[in-house]
Each structure stands twice: as structure tokens, then as C-alpha cells.
Design a protein around this ligand. Sequence first.
Ligand SMILES: NC(=O)c1ccc[n+]([C@@H]2O[C@H](COP(=O)([O-])OP(=O)(O)OC[C@H]3O[C@@H](n4cnc5c(N)ncnc54)[C@H](O)[C@@H]3O)[C@@H](O)[C@H]2O)c1
Length: 379
Amino acid sequence: MSELKPMKAAVIGCGVISKIYLKNLCECFKIIEVVGCSDLLPERSKKRAEEFGIRQMTNEEIYEDPEIDIVVNLTYPLSHYQVTKEALLAGKNVYSEKMIAITLEEGEELVQLARSQNLQFTVAPDTCLGGGIQTARWVIDSGMIGEPVLVSGFCPRSYQLTREDDEVRMVHLPGGGIPFDMGGYYLHTFVNLFGAIGRASGFAKINNSHRTYLNPRSPLYGDEFVETCINTMSASLEFQSGVLGSLLVTSECSAGAIQKIEVLGAEGMLSIHDPNNFGGPIRVKRSGNEEELTIPYTHAFFEMDRRGLGVADMAYAIKNHRTPRLDCSLGLHAFEVIHRVWNSTESGKSYTIHNQVKRPQAMPRTPFGGTCAEHVLDL
Ligand SMILES: NC(=O)c1ccc[n+]([C@@H]2O[C@H](COP(=O)([O-])OP(=O)(O)OC[C@H]3O[C@@H](n4cnc5c(N)ncnc54)[C@H](O)[C@@H]3O)[C@@H](O)[C@H]2O)c1
């Protein structure tokens, strides 16, 4: 068997989430060799470089290094557009954290740029490639719940009470409100389960726009600020397959409600626990049988945090000349859906989604699950 030649990657943005990405990319996926990392704040890239034995670099050094094939953009949303654009113009394939950009026009421009440069561009979240959601997809495709009819996504969170570092966590700035921050987990899952969304409408709003910083450890503790982005959304979705759906998202609920997706089919019901993780449980209730069954994983990568799986999938896609499962058409589709629901609030109309997407290729099955199954990506 020939030796696997890894693709060289570098991370831009060394904040909170970079740690698990770097851990997984350095330790779990042989197709990726992380060579360096950069951050606007050099102390952050220095820390990560030391932790993972990689080079501390600047963005420019990463762009100019001809050996680097992939840039992993882990900056906050306000920087996604700029960093992705610079990396694509430098000839790098890009994996970007969600969302793709701040405005729809920027997102569309990036997708066109990637296509014109003949480069791969993929967008998080990658939890939809995990064993949980891929098992749910298998349940639907196997006909276990009959023809799917309705889906609901339920995403209650409380950013108000849990935020720690308001000056750097961008969830309260444009492009970072919860529908943008969390919507992708649900919409990427929906497209994996049923294919593209054809039309969207709904309502989005800013609840409690006048806030006070609540974290006593923050120097801003007690200061007032005004929320500038939507934090509550109720979306109504029509899939091209005929399935109808709703997505309810808020960052204003502190009651410990559970994030979940439920699919109603003609012959049963499927429950997916929180699409913001790689596992399940995945539960099925079939018509005529009151017992709820927990479905054993049919696919690998169901551990709690496998972030980086989408980067590895893109690397194998480049190697094998196939479309990555998180091709930017998926990220742009999800992004347009949220923007259209927001537009719908003002106009009262429902919108046809222009940026279309094909249902991504399913992950290959790994009988009996399997935690370390990188080979399934090599197709
Ligand atoms: N924190 C989480 O739990 C989490 C989970 C999943 C996804 N994400 C996503 O990951 C991304 C990063 O989140 P985070 O929590 O790590 O944010 P963070 O604010 O902790 O880190 C972002 C880092 O990017 C750096 N940065 C910003 N612009 C830059 C630029 N132009 N060049 C170089 N560095 C730049 C910042 O200095 C900062 O260190 C976001 O898109 C977020 O939605 C975060």
C-alpha cells in the first residue's frame, strides 16, 4: 500500500475553538499535517504553536508559503470574509468556521471566487458528518419512519447568562446573533436529511435589546449596551422534496430547555438530540409500537467533539477529485435561508432560495460504528 501523503494546513484564528480543532487535526487525521497558526493577537498564536509543536506564523506568511494547501479559518465571524478572500486569492483551499460571511453578497462573492480559482471552499459546521446525524439520515433513507412529512428544529440557549468575554465573543454583533451562530447546525442537518430548501419565510427579532453585562469577572460588568443583532427567530421552511419544516431559535431562554430535531414520518417518528454534537442519541418510535428505540450508530465519528472532520473530508475530496461534503454551496444555502427569514419579517413575503445545493453524499457506513475510521473519507 502506498504511503499517504498528508496535505499541509495552517490555522488562522487561535481563539477558544482552535484548541479542539488543532488537537483533532494534529492527532486524529493522517491526511492533514498542520504546519502553523496565526492570530491578530500574537500571544494567542504563540500559545497554540507551543501547545501543538507547530510554527507561529503571520497571516501573510501563511498565504505566501507555497507548501500550505489548506487554510482553516477560525477567526470570529466579522473576519471570515476578509481572511477567506485573502486565502483564496493566495491560491489556498479554505475551510471556514460558520457563518460564511456577514452579508449575503459577501458570501456569494466568496463562492464565486473559489469556483473561479478552481479551489475548494468548505464551511462549518461539520457535526452533520458525525455518526449521530449520519445514523439519522440512514434511518430516513432506510424507510424506518416511512415517508418524512414534517421536521422541527428547536434551539433554545441563554447567551445572556453564560457569556464570559463579551468584548471578544462576537455573538452580539452583526453576523453573530444566534440564528447565524447556531442556525447552520440545524440547516446543514436538514439538507443532509431531506435535500435543499426551496422556500423560506418567518419572523426574526431582537428581544430585550437593552442589556447589562452580567459577568462579574468582566471589566464591563454592570455596563449597559444595546443588542444589535437578531436573537430570536421562527422560520417556516418548504423543502424541494415536499417536506415542511420549522426552526425555532432563541438565545433568550435560560430554562435549560433541550436542543433537538424531530422528524415526523408516515410510519414513525425520529428524534435527534442536539445537532451541535457528533453523536446522538438517535431515537425512533414506529407507528403501532409505543416503545422508543435507541438506534445503534451505523456510522463512525460519533464522539462528542470531532471538529476538524470537515477539514479532513475536504482534503480527501481534493485527493480523490470529488466534491467535499461541506462544499460552500451548503454553507451559502443555509446562510441565505436565515437572511430570507429575516427579510420576510420586514416584507411579509416568503422567498425562493436562489443559492441552491445538492444533498451531500452520505458518509459511508461503518458496520458496528467504529471510532477511528478515517479511511471512509478516502473515496
Ligand atoms: N467557541 C465555540 O464554542 C465555538 C464552537 C463552534 C464554532 N465556533 C466558531 O468558531 C469561530 C471562532 O470562535 P472562537 O470562539 O474561537 O472565537 P474567539 O474570539 O475566541 O477567537 C477568534 C480569534 O480570531 C482572531 N482573529 C480575528 N480576526 C483575525 C484576522 N483577520 N487574522 C487573524 N486572526 C484573527 C482573534 O484575535 C481571536 O483570537 C467563530 O466563527 C465561531 O462561530 C466557536
